[in-house]
Design a protein around this ligand. Structure first.
Ligand code: 3UK
Length: 543
């Protein structure tokens, strides 16, 4: 059934016994043996009459309809196949900020039956080189402005033999190549279980891992969380901050809007102030961003509120990537009137599998298991724990973890379940409450303390803009709780603020959890996807 001439991906799948169990027990999860996700998401829309609807928008007056995106993707697919010799199964690296050409290139790769490896724009030659090696990448399409690091990587890694640059201001490069190609392309008839993307994890330590997702995984994901929790319509305008290399964005800004014929706004830069400006400018209705971004925007919205009703055109706001503190949920609701839709997803699972919509959201809980998935809390031996007990989160559903050629598969998948590495408690109503990463649990004088609980307490103090809590080694107690605090603007730091924060913590949570050490920082170390890098704080604390 496979269309792959280059069998690299199939040859490096984890063996069947090391893969998770896949479950397809919703009617919407029945897929034919042959399926190309570009046909489903793009060509089908045009066939069904949405060709003249707006699909992609971007600053500078860019407005592409579904038909326009299809023409562009077809032309690029023709360049890939006719000029660059791409055969089905080849890996094609994509490098660029979030913009319409990146999406056109991504669809071209899908159409050609190749495998897209989208990379973070900030990566340097060395990191690009690791990815090129690991995924044996032969071709790359890259934003002209970001060419230097890719060229440096290509020089060191000759396997990457074909590189084209797009958005060259002189009009040369891929833009010129596509001009002489036809508008049509016959999508490769890929198998539903042919790999279509390799998504590298935003792992904070160790060698990068590549997760493999099949053509069917994208529509499968769209049939679960978006269909049952987000429930977008064709009139929605999506917007958000995560980079397209992050599956949070590939789903939230490409696959999910397009699966209902909606439009999406792509911003090359989407810091909180830039998002605040772009939302009214484009009339965005659905926002995808990270908890810290909501917190910063809520802060700014105090002095510069959205016009119209407080949320302006916004209708739904999605938070993922990190725990959403109840106080951030409250601040955003205060500023906009909108209840955030929290959801936990993972690169390994492609997207969100536990979440709650606006009506069912509960402060302090991520939500309930998304239809199509199963989730449970287990002990270290994999035995299911009763409600109210903290343990490891294990999930399964139509998507799941397949690491490309990596022994760490055995850490993530056991007995058919995907272990995300998170400690959770499920309550009697089936709501899942995040505790911490399993490896981040603080053990002080025999007590288990989850960082988010302490962070949540500190965030409620008026002097605190942001904070992060870790355990640091201590001779007497094993570990002690240490807080890194970013003060609000104009706040005077010093021993009296430390004492005030400690007293405040003791009065909101069990006193033994209070931070015995407090250090002030001007910002917290974060990844490009907005995730806190606790290991950096640990390094700092051990210096
Ligand atoms: C953490 C959360 C608490 C959690 C992601 C939505 O974050 C995504 O993927 P990553 O591979 O990281 C996965 C890990 O991040 N996490 C994510 N969301 C939440 N913790 N509450 C949340 N709402 O530790 C998880 O194991 O970078 C998120 C969609 C697609 C994604 N790839």
């Amino acid at each position: 059934m496979t269309s792959h001439v280059d069998t690299f991906a199939r040859d490096h799948l984890p063996p069947p016994e090391a893969q998770p169990e896949f479950i397809f027990d919703l009617p919407s999860l029945q897929f034919p043996p042959q399926l190309n996700c570009a046909t489903e998401l793009l060509d089908r829309r045009v066939v069904e009459g949405d060709g003249e609807r707006v699909c992609l928008r971007a600053p500078g007056g860019i407005d592409w309809t579904y038909a326009e995106l299809q023409r562009r993707a077809n032309r690029i697919a023709n360049v890939l196949v006719r000029e660059l010799g791409v055969v089905p199964g080849n890996r094609v690296l994509l490098r660029g900020p979030n913009n319409p050409m990146m999406v056109a290139c991504w669809f071209a790769v899908m159409k050609a039956g190749a495998i897209a490896v989208t990379t973070m724009p900030l990566l340097r030659a060395k990191e690009l080189g690791q990815i090129i090696d690991k995924a044996r990448i032969t071709h790359a399409l890259c934003e002209h402005a970001l060419r230097a690091e890719l060229e440096a990587a290509a020089a060191e890694h000759p396997v990457l033999a074909h590189v084209r640059f797009f958005n060259d201001p002189s009009g040369q490069g891929l833009d010129a190549d596509t001009a002489c190609q036809p508008d049509t392309f016959d999508n490769v008839a890929t198998a539903a279980d042919d790999t279509c993307i390799l998504a590298f994890t935003s792992g904070t330590t160790g060698k990068p891992k590549a997760t493999m997702h099949f053509h069917r995984d994208l529509p499968a994901s769209a049939a679960c969380w978006p269909a049952h929790v987000l429930r977008p319509t064709a009139d929605d305008v999506f917007i958000g901050s995560p980079p397209l290399a992050f599956t949070f964005a590939l789903g939230g800004l490409v696959v999910f809007p397009m699966s209902v014929g909606a439009s999406t706004v792509l911003l090359e830069q989407a810091s909180p102030p830039q998002l605040l400006d772009a939302i009214p400018e484009f009339g965005a209705t659905i926002l995808f961003t990270a908890p810290t971004s909501y917190r910063a925007m809520a802060e700014a919205a105090r002095s510069q509120p959205f016009t119209a009703a407080r949320g302006g055109t916004l209708r739904k706001c999605v938070s993922a990537g990190e725990v959403l503190p109840a106080s951030t949920r409250a601040l955003w609701k205060d500023a906009t009137g909108i209840e955030i839709i929290d959801g936990i997803g993972a690169t390994e699972m492609f997207h969100i599998f536990i979440s709650a919509d606006e009506a069912d959201a509960r402060p302090g809980a991520t939500g309930k298991v998304v239809p199509g998935y199963r989730a449970r809390i287990v002990d270290d031996e994999g035995r299911e724990l009763p409600p109210g007990t903290a343990g490891r989160l294990a999930v399964k559903g139509p998507t799941g973890c397949r690491y490309l050629d990596d022994p760490r598969q055995a850490d993530y998948v056991r007995d058919g379940w995907n272990y995300t590495g998170d400690a959770y408690v499920m309550d009697a109503d089936g709501y899942f409450h995040y505790q911490s990463r399993v490896d981040d649990m603080i053990i002080s004088s025999g007590y288990n303390i989850g960082s988010p609980e302490v962070e949540e307490a500190l965030l409620q103090h008026p002097s605190v803009a942001e904070c992060a809590v870790i355990g640091v080694p201590d001779d007497e107690r094993g570990q002690i709780v240490k807080a890194f605090v970013v003060p609000r603007e104009g706040v005077e730091t010093g021993p009296s603020l430390v004492r005030a924060l400690q007293d405040f913590a003791k009065s909101t949570i069990a006193p033994y959890k209070y931070p015995r050490a407090v250090e002030f920082l001007t910002e917290l170390p974060r990844t490009e996807t907005g995730k806190l890098q606790r290991f950096r704080l640990r390094e700092r604390a051990s210096r």
